[in-house]
Design a binder for this molecule. Sequence first.
Ligand SMILES: Cc1cc2nc3c(=O)[nH]c(=O)nc-3n(C[C@H](O)[C@H](O)[C@H](O)COP(=O)(O)O)c2cc1C
Length: 316
Amino acid sequence: MQIKNLVLDSPFILAPLAGYTDLPFRLVCRKFGAGLCVSEMISCHGLFYNQPKTLAMLASADEERPVSFQLFGAEPEIMGKAASIMSSHHPDIIDINMGCPVKKVTKKGAGAALMATPDLARTIVREVVKNASCPVTVKFRTGVNAEELTAVDFGKMAEEAGAAAVTVHGRTWAQGFTGTANWEIIAQVKEALSIPVIGNGDIITHQQGLKLMADTGCDGVMIGRGALGNPWIFSNSPPPERIEEIIPAALLHLEYMEQYLPVNKMLGCLKSHIGKYFRNIKGCANMRKAVFECQDFSALKELVGKYSSTDQTDEK
Ligand SMILES: Cc1cc2nc3c(=O)[nH]c(=O)nc-3n(C[C@H](O)[C@H](O)[C@H](O)COP(=O)(O)O)c2cc1C
């Protein structure tokens, strides 16, 4: 898959997930075969007003390249300025969030609310493209609601305004995360656009991702929740079922966390990532419980390491 001059080594892409797709998790997913990883959504205001927490979200490392930073906001001028600030951190792509249904975002006219104001959305895409030093992509939904499935026109608008690719999450704004992803609309957008189209929604195995591409003709697949605790989804081999095979991935993730995050400040978030590696795995009930009882990062790392050298097969 190719976005302008950027050639991806796999069409499987890690979706932006607020609270999850930080640098350590993106590095893990790249190692396991993701062709591109997208950051959590980053506020244009936070960048514009130089807020340290927002600027920290621009952390990256050469080994994760290519990386896409996702921007959200609803004021064209501030979005343009934020795109220019983002560009000074050299992302390979800037993605614009036009799909987030969370009230805190939509009540300010940003995220999925932009699907209801396509003229404003067009101005934003143009401003971001004008100020970005890399290709700009747009992530949106199938429409505002079941009566207004506007993804095809919205996608054409994004292409005309200068987007280099689009991602379609197969749900409407009104659906939030309920119901199932509508692949038919993804196929219609692909048919109507000349730029690459990435399909998204409910993919939980590599095979399903391949089927989404085959059924809709889309150029790439974006995976969100299906990648949590399961970076194997980016490779063609099935996810491991045995704890000994899972531990090295969890340890790699912990090492990246230690390298790049203020770990003890973020302990809750780290535990939730690590706990996900062991969900649905037979023999891991005690392990999951112990993960959530850890009081600090070194205890968490020690615990996971300990399980790599212990036979846990008698546990239920
Ligand atoms: C916890 C969580 C956080 C999310 N954060 C973002 C975000 O920051 N930006 C965005 O465009 N979408 C965000 N999404 C939507 C996902 O990128 C994706 O479109 C959606 O989850 C459907 O894909 P999936 O079924 O593979 O998870 C988020 C979803 C979840 C569950």
